[in-house]
Ligand binder design. Structure first.
Ligand code: CS2
Length: 484
């Protein structure tokens, strides 16, 4: 059996490795959310930054709940392999991580108070934050927020840990860390800032005021398609590196990171890895969320209905592909002009990335957590399309596909994999065969769709009619009937 990956010395020649002496660099980043995406994205940029310019910027990784990845990393001295799946698989071992924390919020809080930590970054997924996006405030109904408001000294959730750590640092005269949200949320820096301030206000208005004054929350656009690792990932990594690696990830060759350059306590030289440090990320972020992620969600639900397990099969489907392009075009048309974006070229590049034959990105995985993802992916651009006088039909179509998928699950008594799954199941079962009732009741879920959309008769009726066609004739027939 191959040895476990624990050191760099005996890796084969073709495997790239850290271009710096790991022991010579201290830790400067605490990262929450050790999922595959972080390991394939920010950690790689940090590895490049350490090689190019050094600094004490290695990453202390932590998962709030699960222990598995932290245990795997700890057994491997923090080392793991990124397998880049292109025309040829390429392996690279990342050295930026060190000891990791798994499922131990008290240890995370201690680490967050360490003066050496100057950046706290996050990829915890949309649903973990507990932010009421409509009110731009902490959501006291979110289980982690509710817990943490009651137990200020033993927080378990994102807002509680960040706020308690900042309070302790400020009280001790330690400079606050910069908070770097790397999740696919709209205006993610401002959103997390609003959540933290809302949480802090509930415990102490003075603390909230000091955080507002002193803490930076730069926004980011993050992008790298990173499917969950499978036994095949492990086997291919083992074949390339000669080592067993239980923390390896596979990803596409493409990677993009656009970061608002606001780091009062400094930052790694991420531009060495190709990151773009800019004054304002909003236009880039909207393009990515609406075109890439928006198309992804359409592909996910359509793929589930058509039995297409992977994104690459969806974009190769002659009926579906034109509507994926139509969706991207409609999303692209909502983007700000004069921001230097080229939505046409971006759409083309996306279709090529989605088609990557070496990447098996499951439609089932992307279909998760729709109520957390669709507001920024579909409903915000749909409302903007309406107010600009554009035809919102592509967004109505996507919405109808999602609702048809929900109805199909509900008919089988299955709860969708979504934080509001039980409510969705209930609404779909109550609506039964009534398309109008399903559209109206689901879109009326608080915070899901803007009033400009739910109050627009044309949009609602079009969605209802499309849902009717989808349920009566099936998605194939609906695809064929759609203008493109
Ligand atoms: C996907 C994203 O699962 C999903 O919802 O749309 O994870 C997507 O692959 C990444 O944002 C790509 O950067």
């Amino acid at each position: 059996m191959s040895p476990r990956l624990t050191r760099l010395a005996d890796l084969p020649r073709g495997v790239a490795r850290p271009g710096y002496d790991r022991a010579a660099h201290g830790f400067g980043i605490l990262h929450l959310g050790l999922g595959a995406f972080h390991r394939a994205h920010q950690a790689v940029y940090t590895d490049d930054a350490l090689a190019a310019e050094g600094g004490d910027w290695r990453i202390l990784g932590a998962n709030l709940r699960s222990r598995e990845i932290a245990q795997a990393l700890n057994a491997q001295d923090g080392l793991y392999t990124v397998l880049e799946r292109g025309p040829q698989d390429r392996a690279r071992v990342i050295g930026a991580h060190g000891p990791a924390i798994g499922g131990d919020p008290a240890a995370i809080l201690r680490a967050a108070c360490d003066p050496a930590i100057r950046i706290l970054s996050l990829t915890v997924s949309e649903k973990a934050y507990g932010i009421d996006r409509a009110a731009m405030d902490a959501d006291p109904a979110h289980p982690a927020v509710a817990h943490d408001l009651a137990q200020l000294q033993a927080p378990q959730g994102v807002l509680g840990i960040i706020t308690t750590a900042l309070a302790a640092r400020l009280a001790a005269g330690v400079a606050p860390f910069t908070v770097l949200c790397c999740d696919n949320l709209p205006d993610n820096g401002a959103l997390l800032r609003a959540g933290v301030l809302g949480f802090a206000r509930r415990r102490d208005p003075d603390l909230a005021a000091r955080i507002a004054d002193l803490v930076a929350f730069p926004a980011t656009m993050v992008d790298r398609i990173t499917p969950a690792a499978t036994p095949q990932t492990l086997a291919d990594v083992q074949a390339l590196t000669g080592h067993r690696d239980l923390a390896c990830v596979e990803t596409e060759p493409f990677s993009q990171w656009v970061i608002e350059d606001h780091f009062p306590q400094g930052r790694p030289a991420w531009e060495a890895g190709g990151a773009q440090l800019v004054a304002d990320v909003r236009a880039h972020e909207a393009m990515k969320l609406r075109m890439l992620n928006g198309a992804h969600s359409l592909i996910a639900y359509a793929g589930q209905l058509l039995d297409l397990p992977h994104v690459r099969e969806a974009v190769a489907d002659p009926d579906l592909a034109p509507l994926i392009r139509r969706h991207m075009q409609a999303a692209g048309a909502t983007l700000p002009r004069g921001a230097g974006l080229d939505p046409g070229a971006y759409a083309q590049a996306l279709m090529a990335r989605f088609a990557n034959p070496a990447i098996a990105h499951q439609t089932r995985q992307i279909a998760m957590d729709g109520t957390e993802k669709l507001p920024q992916r579909w409903f915000a651009p749909a409302a903007e399309a309406l107010s600009a006088g554009a035809d919102p039909r592509p967004f109505a179509f996507a919405t109808a596909v999602w609702l048809a998928w929900l109805a199909q699950l509900a008919a089988a008594g299955q709860i969708p994999d979504d934080p509001r799954g039980a409510a969705l199941l209930d609404l779909a079962q109550r609506a039964g065969a009534d398309d109008g009732a399903l559209v109206a009741s689901v879109l009326a879920l608080p915070g899901l769709a803007p009033a400009a959309l739910t109050g627009n008769r044309g949009f609602i009726d079009t969605t209802r009619d499309l849902l009717g066609t989808l349920r009566r004739d099936g998605l194939r027939a609906a695809l064929a009937a759609e203008p493109r």
